[in-house]
Design a protein around this ligand. Structure first.
Ligand SMILES: Cc1cc2nc3c(=O)[nH]c(=O)nc-3n(C[C@H](O)[C@H](O)[C@H](O)COP(=O)(O)OP(=O)(O)OC[C@H]3O[C@@H](n4cnc5c(N)ncnc54)[C@H](O)[C@@H]3O)c2cc1C
Length: 387
């Protein structure tokens, strides 16, 4: 293995794929990542290029235009993008895991034929609309309603902080909505909604601290009429579909943590070899070299945990606990590694021109999105039998 990332779960094909994505990220994304972040610009051009090299439909079946790759290949791609730029990794991860994932898993043949080809080619991006102003971690507190009128749902409400929902490439979203009440609880259902539906509007959320070159938006629905045929899965199965989607999504957030940590570590190692104080490179001081050793150790552990969770998914074994653990661990070590990498850069890491400053900010969403670290500990505690 050329990159010294030996892992028993990786094949030569995985390694070759990693090198292809790495080469793309270094040549196409790295030169512009700082500027896109500074100006908070979502790049249609880079997104289209990511589509052209197959990154926008990696695990979907070939018959609809997907690449039919295994989970580990997809995770390696997200990891490699995040090693260079978290924003582009976020665009790809949200589209593959949260956008396409549930359509592939729960869509009818007609829905797959209608939605997948244009999403898998990268012509459009698909969003996952779960979060609302009063429904964050408590996703079952959805307030957006869908009332049935003949063959249509009439949808009213709004969603907030939705990735890939407001750029020119945003094509629509999978929404969790309240369709009634059952046993004293909200009946929650998932519906696919095209952006061009009358009553659908979106607006970008600007001035974010993180993922400034990724598209995050708000969605508003005003008496929007959507065919009942767009219901994904069965009426009332919303929480099951959304939670299963999040299990897979968590693998890609973990990959973002791992890739970001790898990138921050490499920057710190390089800087520590060049920065001379008291007559020698600072990496010669044990206080600095021990920091770098701890970073390398955390990254190794994170990679092993994440790849094992991917392997379980590919073997069709339960992987919810491992996905939660990988997401929690990889996002937490991304914070620790980025923090120590910044420390090694000293004052030079604190200026906007320094990539490590961007990495230090971008890691912060990873402990919040798709299950906060607190909620993930709750998920893990249930998996280990704590009621
Ligand atoms: C850049 C960005 C992109 C996003 N993309 C998407 C997307 O594509 N789709 C989507 O649906 N959402 C998306 N989100 C939303 C994200 O998933 C939510 O922010 C997340 O689920 C947490 O919800 P919240 O922010 O409302 O926090 P809250 O749920 O209000 O939590 C606030 C704090 O309280 C803690 N807390 C809450 N409940 C408990 C509890 N029971 N026990 C212990 N602690 C608790 C939390 O851990 C947290 O620390 C995105 C967010 C951001 C910032």
């Amino acid at each position: 293995m050329s990159l010294n990332y030996y892992n028993p779960l990786m094949t030569e094909a995985h390694e070759a794929f990693r090198l292809r994505v790495r080469s793309f990220a270094e040549s196409e994304i790295k030169p512009v990542a700082g500027e896109l972040d500074n100006t908070a610009t979502f790049s249609v051009d880079i997104t289209r290029k990511m589509g052209q090299i197959g990154l926008l439909g990696m695990t979907a079946p070939a018959e609809y235009g997907g690449k039919n790759m295994d989970t580990l290949s997809y995770i390696i791609a997200v990891e490699e993008l995040a090693r260079i730029d978290a924003s582009q990794a976020a665009t790809v991860a949200a589209h593959n895991s949260l956008g396409i994932g549930p359509i592939v898993k729960y869509g009818t043949e007609t829905q797959k034929q209608e939605f997948l080809p244009r999403l898998l080619s990268g012509e459009g991006l698909w969003a996952f609309g779960l979060t609302e102003p009063n429904a964050g971690s408590d996703a079952n507190n959805t307030e957006t309603t869908a009332v049935r009128e003949g063959d249509f749902w009439v949808i009213n409400g709004n969603k907030i902080f939705i990735t890939n929902s407001a750029s020119p490439l945003a094509a629509g979203a999978t929404l969790q909505v309240v369709t009634g009440e059952k046993d004293g609880r909200k009946e929650l259902t998932v519906i696919l909604v095209d952006r061009n539906t009358p009553g659908y509007s979106c607006e970008p959320i600007t001035n974010k601290m993180v993922w400034r070159a990724a598209d995050t938006g708000r969605l508003f629905f005003n008496n929007m009429r959507v065919p009942v045929a767009n219901t994904l899965g069965e009426v009332g199965h919303g929480p099951h579909i959304m939670l299963e989607t999040l299990d897979s999504g968590r693998l890609s957030i973990a990959a973002m943590g791992l890739g970001l940590a790898q990138g921050a570590f490499e920057m710190a190692l390089d800087y520590a070899s060049k920065r001379v104080q008291f007559g020698k490179p600072i990496m010669k001081y044990q206080a600095v070299s021990f920091k770098l050793s701890d970073m390398a150790l955390k990254i190794e552990l994170a990679r092993n945990l994440l790849y094992k969770a991917c392997w379980q998914k590919d073997q069709k074994l339960p992987f919810g606990k491992e996905a939660a653990m990988a997401k929690l661990y990889c996002s937490e070590i991304a914070k620790e590694v980025a923090d120590e990498a910044l420390q090694i850069h000293g004052a030079y890491g604190m200026v906007r021109d320094s990539p490590i400053e961007r990495f230090y900010r971008d890691q912060r969403i990873l402990q919040i999105g798709e299950g906060t670290s607190e909620i993930l500990r709750l998920v893990i505690s249930r998996h280990i039998g704590i009621k």
